[in-house]
Design a protein around this ligand. Structure first.
Ligand code: F0G
Length: 454
């Protein structure tokens, strides 16, 4: 057994609550069987997301004290701009309040009705913004990408032949950009390789199409490149990050994931692209030197970006995820392999074979795990999808329960508690029934929707 070791110590703590099971049952009932609608006072291990919940370092917290409050021209912004230039190697920076705000700006500026956007895989908010602007997305992962069990090191890779076919079919003029998502979230935090980026870039250059990189989980993707791509085993994370960003015309990110607890940004080396996007920032976000963030958050973001280049920081979450995936796999529990970034992903479709997909097995598993353990995960399946024009559910490619490992938040004993509870639930899985919607919002329904047992 390889045990992951924490290369940090805990210096500020928060008390957790492990409520009795009848109180948890009551809480999930009140929350419409949707883990987004739970109150954290009823949650033991909050594994909903790593977004805005990664632990901050002593250096990040102390930097927040020197924040320079100003509507315009804040020195905090210039420090963040310097950090982004240094770590991502991009000259022009537009700050935004979080990742989806960057998606709003990029989609509004570059997507016209009828355009198509090829990408390795969608993220929920990305897809919503692109479709809102009349675009249609095409997911062109290689065949490995959607396999639950695999030992392919780079399941986030784009299939180059499919990319060429799409360009020939629709014409480069209808493709504003190709989108690459680092540590591809919805397929289990799976990375792509530098080799794949090179190949995508060659095609993009041939047809004069831009590349947009979603860098929200870029640190972990860089870590996997160092671990899994022979050519880069001796390259520093700093150099790999620079290389990855170098392939993209525009890099955008949710800073809630990449380096701090709030914020986001868009960067580019092209002055022309920068000018095209610039005016939307004061309109939707705030003045160009804060973009809807507090200056304290901007300071933490700058320090966090530098810390992303530290292997002991960036490897922590992947090493705990790998431990959990191996332990669950050894107990016969269906999990996505190889272990990726962000969290451990359980395949709810085979975990709950007796629940048909239209009764939302991943949502049912999320609710059941909460009831029996107090651990809160997130449904990533059909509930997180949308209905088609005829009002029918579009069944998701995968029904996943995601158990996120925010960086440096949980200990190994908490991780072992989780593994033990998931194992108990697996042995008793026939107790779990399906769900149906009782209240269903039209946009991003998974956030606020309410469900009930079938
Ligand atoms: N892109 C990716 C790859 C993401 O994972 C997220 C957020 C966003 C964009 C949007 O960023 O939340 O700052 O607006 N992912 C979170 C998650 C919500 O839980 O996976 P945001």
């Amino acid at each position: 057994e390889t045990i992951p070791v924490e290369l940090h110590k805990v210096r500020i703590v928060q008390k957790l609550h492990l409520r009795p099971v009848d109180e948890r049952l009551d809480a999930i009932n009140k929350g419409g069987y949707n883990t987004f609608l739970l109150n954290t006072k009823d949650v033991f291990l909050d594994m909903l997301t790593d977004s805005g919940t990664n632990a901050m370092s002593d250096n990040q917290v102390s930097s927040m004290l020197k924040a320079d409050d100003a509507y315009a021209g804040s020195q905090s912004f210039y420090r963040m701009e310097e950090a982004l230039r240094d770590v991502f190697g991009k000259e022009h920076i537009l700050p935004v309040h979080q990742g989806r705000a960057a998606e709003n700006v990029v989609s509004q500026v570059f997507i016209k009705p009828g355009d198509i956007i090829p990408m390795n895989y969608h993220f929920t908010t990305t897809k919503a913004h692109m479709e809102l602007n009349g675009g249609k997305i095409f997911e062109i992962l290689t065949e490995e990408g959607l396999k639950i069990k695999s030992n392919h090191p780079f399941k986030g890779n784009i299939d180059i032949q499919q990319l060429k076919d799409l360009i020939l079919q629709y014409g480069a003029e209808h493709i504003p950009f190709i989108r690459l998502e680092a540590s591809t979230n919805l397929i289990g935090g799976q990375p792509f390789s530098i080799q794949n980026m090179r190949e995508v870039k060659a095609v993009a250059d041939e047809y004069g199409i831009m590349i947009v990189l979603d860098a929200s989980l870029i640190g972990e993707n860089a870590w996997f490149i160092k671990q899994r791509e022979e050519e880069f085993k001796n390259t520093s994370i700093r150099d790999i990050l620079r290389m990855m960003c170098g392939f993209a015309d525009i890099v955008y990110f949710s800073s809630r994931k990449v380096s701090s607890t709030r914020g986001g940004g868009i960067c580019t080396n092209s002055h022309e692209l920068f000018l095209k996007m610039r005016d939307l920032v004061p309109l939707y976000e705030g003045f160009l030197t804060y973009g809807g963030m507090s200056v304290r958050e901007i300071e933490a973001m700058a320090v966090g970006l530098q810390e992303t280049t530290d292997e002991t920081v960036i490897s922590q979450s992947p090493s705990f995820i790998e431990y959990t995936v191996k332990e669950l796999d050894a107990r016969g529990i269906p999990v996505i392999t190889p272990a990726g970034a962000l969290g451990c992903h359980i395949d709810a479709m085979s975990f709950l074979e007796h629940i048909p997909q239209k009764e939302y097995p991943a949502g049912a598993l999320a609710a059941a795990l909460y009831i029996i353990s107090g651990c809160r995960g997130m449904e990533r399946g059909t509930i997180s999808s949308v209905r088609n024009e005829n009002g029918e559910d579009v069944l998701a490619d995968m029904e996943l329960l995601r158990l996120a490992f925010p960086r440096r938040v949980f200990t190994l004993s908490q991780t072992k508690f989780l593994i033990d509870r998931v194992h108990w639930l697996f042995e008793n899985r026939k107790l779990v029934g399906g769900l149906k919607f009782v209240e269903e919002p039209e946009v991003l329904r998974f956030f606020m929707g309410r469900l009930a047992p079938v």
